[in-house]
Design a protein around this ligand. Structure first.
Ligand code: GLC
Length: 543
């Protein structure tokens, strides 16, 4: 299916819209908001996992891949959602978590009970010298192995200890996964996101990480991952008109050129994260440094041109449910919220690739800035809080870090209006609403024709109206400039130029704009010479 003309919107179901007052978003709530999304102009909705789960990692710990979790509704409700989306010409993208299952999954329970067939669905090792099989750390902190006394063995979990890694070298596991995809295809789902899918094939699980780190070199982009993805493609979504995206953790351009090659043998596109680590000190998520803009720009340019040269297709995003809000991170959510949100959106939507909008970014939602650990709900944040405390950091310092980095920052409930709990729920929300909801909300955005919301609508309109946005070649401009990120998209006689001032200060530029018209700008009367704080200008010409 063509995806170059499409825009994806990500719904975090738990925080989108509650319909029954239990403080959790649900499917009926989502249905009641579909017209809002239709008006925005999006084509696909990616839903974070809604299947049965103990919710230790908010649904990324799946206990039954074929049943909707009752907290979200029923399978019948899902069919209703599917019908309502179809009526609006919106596609549904499901999130398939296949690197691991919850330890509550029946496969794992059978494994624990000693059933050999199911034990081999997971990755087990004996301890070494009375300790863990290797020194690997889980991505959420702590060891990546959990001991099971009854079996006198450890199982591998790259994430939380309730997320046991599946053994993809077992053909039965691969078949189960293809069957699950086919099940959802039979229910009318044609788009899939595959969670951390470049971790499914491990080189080895028996070697210590020489750098005393998490062991990622032994399981990232592993030896058989391309083979497994080709097989999954051939056995499931490759047989229908589909759109797929793989979440690729710490990957390389060479591998992504294969994962997302336009030959269609693996996936339609990839999510990569190098550009979202430019404020990690020493590449460590919990060590802060200001955004390294030159590194950011270099990464964008390298990946944009590299993927194009290799005939592969990227996803475009700065936000998702695992990232702090881009407006708070790359923009200025206090002094220039509107200007910087619009600039960041122009930059994201007009590069080569498929743009993803994370719920709330289209109205300028910001980080949560919680000040007490009781407000944080994410397992990663609560683990890290403990670990950083053990390391001797002060609470003040830890809160500062969490305010910048916690995944809860982006998970606060969608801000619909200025009524109690931002119109998200009549009950007690599972995660506190960000206090700025009285101003920052969808109802206000819809009333203001200059709002961030309408800017997104215009950007989506550009994608639909201009082939150069969909297919144009990417050419970096102003490569050495330490304040401006700019690029040209070129297709036959068309040229689109996007200029973004990434800082809250003015800047003079030299650009020969002869023959260009201004399609959009986030300030009135741009002169294409004096850029104002966070100014962005989109220019177009056709010879
Ligand atoms: C992905 C998900 C994240 C989850 C992790 C483990 O990174 O986006 O939310 O915690 O995988 O499934």
């Amino acid at each position: 299916m063509n995806f170059k003309d499409k825009v994806v919107y990500q719904v975090y179901p738990k925080s989108f819209q509650d319909s029954n007052g239990d403080g959790w978003g649900d499917i009926k709530g989502i249905i009641s908001r579909l017209d809002y999304l239709k008006d925005l102009g999006i084509d696909v909705i990616w839903f974070n996992p809604m299947c049965i789960s103990p919710q230790r990692d908010n649904g990324y710990d799946v206990a039954d891949y074929r049943q909707i979790d009752p907290r979200y509704g029923t399978n019948e409700d899902f069919l209703e959602l599917s019908k309502a989306c179809k009526e609006r010409n919106i596609l549904i993208m499901f999130d398939m978590v296949f690197n691991h299952t919850s330890t509550e999954h029946e496969w794992f329970k059978k494994a624990l009970a000693g059933d050999k067939k199911y034990k081999d669905y997971y990755i087990w090792r004996k301890g070494k010298n009375g300790s863990y099989p290797t020194n690997w750390q889980s991505k959420f902190g702590g060891p990546a192995w959990e001991y099971v006394p009854e079996l006198d063995e450890y199982y591998l979990h790259l994430f939380d200890k309730t997320q046991a890694d599946l053994n993809w070298d077992n053909p039965e596991v691969r078949k189960e996964c293809a069957d699950i995809v086919n099940y959802w295809i039979s229910k009318g789902v044609y788009c899939f996101r595959f969670d951390v899918v470049n971790l499914i094939s491990k080189y080895t699980v028996d070697e210590d990480d020489p750098n005393n780190f998490d062991g990622r070199q032994f399981y990232t982009d592993g030896p058989r991952v391309h083979e497994y993805l080709k097989e999954l493609n051939a056995d499931s979504f490759g047989n229908v008109e589909s759109i797929t995206v793989g979440e690729m953790s710490s990957t390389t351009l060479e591998n992504c050129a294969k994962y997302a090659n336009e030959d269609g043998k693996e996936l339609s596109m990839v999510f990569t994260f190098h550009h979202l680590k430019v404020d990690y000190k020493n590449m460590k998520k919990w060590e802060l440094q200001p955004v390294d803009f030159m590194q950011f720009k270099k990464l964008m340019n390298t990946w944009q041109t590299g993927m194009e040269e290799k005939g592969a297709w990227p996803s475009l995003f700065l936000n998702n449910h695992d990232q702090p809000r881009a407006l708070s991170r790359f923009g200025d959510d206090k002094n220039y919220p509107k200007e910087s949100a619009k600039m960041l959106a122009a930059f994201t939507h007009l590069m080569r690739g498929t743009p993803y909008i994370y719920q709330g970014e289209e109205i300028g939602m910001t980080n949560a800035y919680f000040t007490n650990i009781s407000q944080y709900k994410d397992v990663e944040s609560t683990n890290i809080f403990k670990l950083l405390k053990e390391e001797g950091k002060s609470e003040e310092e830890i809160y500062h870090i969490l305010q910048e980095r916690s995944r809860d920052n982006s998970r606060t409930p969608m801000q619909w209006d200025d009524s109690a709990n931002a119109g998200f729920t009549d009950g007690e929300p599972w995660l506190q609403v960000q206090e700025n909801y009285r101003n920052v909300n969808a109802a206000n955005a819809l009333k203001d024709e200059d709002s961030i919301y309408y800017w997104y609508k215009k950007l989506i309109g550009l994608r639909k109206g201009y082939k150069v946005v969909q297919e144009g070649k990417y050419v970096p401009l102003f490569e050495e400039d330490d304040q401006v990120l700019a690029f040209e998209r070129k297709l036959d006689k068309e040229s689109l130029v996007v200029i973004c001032n990434f800082y809250g200060k003015e800047k003079k530029i030299v650009f020969n704009a002869k023959g260009y018209e201004i399609l959009l700008s986030n300030y009135k009367d741009s002169n294409i010479v004096d850029l104002r704080p966070y100014e962005t200008i989109i220019l177009y010409k056709k010879d």
